[in-house]
Design a protein around this ligand. Structure first.
Ligand code: AMP
Ligand code: MG
Length: 484
């Protein structure tokens, strides 16, 4: 353990050498701390209380290597918008795995820390706004109760990065259950060396699915377990209206966490076709398409695992297909339960799906705000106000009220369930962009205020009203850029 209580292990180094490259971050000119996540530091059992900002900046820029770290960049492949490419950490260094007192294992990774053998034509660097965006959105996801990588610190480098214009360079310190991706398995399978793939499978199962205890058909059991977690994750994204934006196979973590936040955003008005990412021209990664894409990505994982599922190829394919096909009905089931909870339907009934679909159809047609509509259902006055102008909605609320409130006790349970399921606050895109603009100018006040509000997304208070208000037409943001 080092003086900051980082307790590093470096278990990734036991894997085949083709899966990573050992190398150190490239030092930067003048590291300066922008933000440090004290809560996360406490949760991880770290101690930076008597450490100067200068020292923190030097550590989380990679200028000084933390004792016990053995930095490496990971190799992986990825289907980018459907097309297979060899990638790898082009601008990230895994410092090591921090083991907490409770024996949890977390990757500590620097992102934007310099070129690597996997950089292709990239500069290995990152700009301040996208790193702060990842910080904000990942911390919001965590507070919403959704599996995600976390953000420990953002440091500016004192160097410019050149995108369309010159921007301040920055490095994010990311904390994740691991960075093993669907693309890591695709890359391992491409080596055509059973040992490489098998060791990666054993490693991933031990790290993320330890309850798969048998060696018999481990690959197939792993596939089903990954499906289960990805279904859960897609349902959670749907619950809060999250759009990842770049669900390439290299951006899907096998731990089941949300990772690689790029041009992601949350829905304001409900429209299942919503796409924010400027590079998603055909809506492949639109809000409503995410479960299908998750399934598509899992099919790529299944292909990579075929040789381990069964030596007889046709048998392996049929077992893998059956697993991949199970995704849809599992998703439908879980999605229905989640939507029931959003509407406070404590006990399932047969025509719930119809009731849910009717509301979503109305929301899609009228462009109702996704977050606020579910909160408004708990507010009788608001309901009356909306219903006054809309007969379709009025009829729907009558049907919904009949369904939920047959007695005061069940009504209370219904409301409690809705409070737990429907956030009051999500990081709305227009607010995030304003905060990032200010941060780029050196004003961090609104960033801290936003992060504070996002810590309690289910709590309704008067102070949060500005964060609940959907964008006016002139504030609306239609596209988010990788700008990375
Ligand atoms: P992403 O879509 O952001 O997850 O990135 C896709 C791939 O591009 C990954 O292999 C990244 O490491 C790589 N990449 C992104 N930005 C850069 C950069 N500025 N320099 C080098 N590699 C990059
Ligand atoms: Mg990525």
């Amino acid at each position: 353990m080092n003086k900051y209580k980082f307790n590093f292990e470096n278990s990734y180094l036991v894997l085949e050498k083709s899966l990573y490259t050992r190398l150190e971050p490239i030092p930067v000119a003048l590291p300066k701390l922008v933000i440090f996540n004290q809560d996360l530091s406490d949760e991880l059992g770290l101690d930076f209380y008597s450490v100067t900002e200068k020292e923190i900046a030097s550590l989380f820029s990679g200028n000084r290597i933390l004792e016990g770290a053995q930095p490496l960049s990971q190799a992986y492949a990825g289907h980018q918008f459907g097309h297979l490419t060899i990638l790898g950490d082009g601008r990230a260094h895994l410092l090591g795995e921090h083991i907490t007192k409770k024996h949890e294992r977390f990757d500590i990774q620097l992102k934007g820390s310099g070129p690597t053998p996997y950089s292709r034509r990239g500069d290995g660097r990152a700009a301040l706004a996208p790193m702060l965006r990842e910080y904000i959105i990942s911390e919001a996801m965590n507070a919403l109760g959704i599996p995600t990588s976390r953000s420990l610190a953002v440091v500016t480098t004192g160097e410019n990065v050149y995108r369309e214009t010159a921007l301040q360079g920055a490095i994010l310190t990311r904390v994740a259950a691991s960075h093993i991706r669907v693309g890591t398995f695709v890359f391992a399978a491409m080596q055509k060396n059973r040992k490489v793939l098998e060791s990666l499978l054993n490693y991933t199962v031990k790290r993320h699915y330890p309850s798969i205890d048998t060696n018999q058909n481990k690959a197939l059991k792993f596939l089903y377990a990954v499906i289960e977690r990805q279904v859960e994750l897609m349902v959670e994204w749907a619950r809060v209206g999250f759009i990842h934006g770049v669900m390439n196979t290299d951006n899907m973590a096998l731990s089941g966490e949300t990772i690689d936040y790029g041009p992601c955003a949350y829905l304001d008005e409900y429209d299942s076709n919503t796409v924010f990412s400027s590079i998603d021209k055909f809506g492949r990664y639109s809000f409503g398409n995410q479960p299908k894409i998750a399934q598509w990505n899992i099919a790529r994982l299944a292909e990579a695992l075929l040789s381990l599922i069964d030596l007889e190829k046709s048998k392996a394919i049929s077992l893998a297909e059956k697993a991949v096909n199970s995704f849809s009905s599992l998703y439908e089931d879980r999605w229905l339960s989640m939507m029931r909870a959003k509407l406070g339907l404590v006990k399932p009934k047969n025509d719930d799906k119809k009731l849910i679909r009717e509301l979503l159809t109305w929301m899609q047609r009228t462009g109702a705000d996704y977050t606020n509509t579910f909160c408004d259902l708990r507010d009788k006055k608001k309901l009356n106000d909306i219903s006054k102008y809309d007969k379709e909605f009025e009829d729907w609320t009558i049907r919904w009220q009949l369904r939920v409130s047959n007695n005061p006790e069940t009504y209370k349970r219904c409301i409690d369930l809705m409070k737990k399921t429907n956030p009051e606050i999500i990081p709305r895109n227009h607010i995030v962009e304003t905060v990032l603009d200010a941060a780029e100018q050196g004003d961090l006040q609104s960033l801290h205020k936003l992060l504070d509000v996002l810590k309690n997304p289910y709590r309704k208070t008067l102070e949060i009203s500005e964060y609940k208000t959907p964008p006016r037409d002139d504030q609306r943001i239609f596209q988010t850029f990788c700008g990375t």
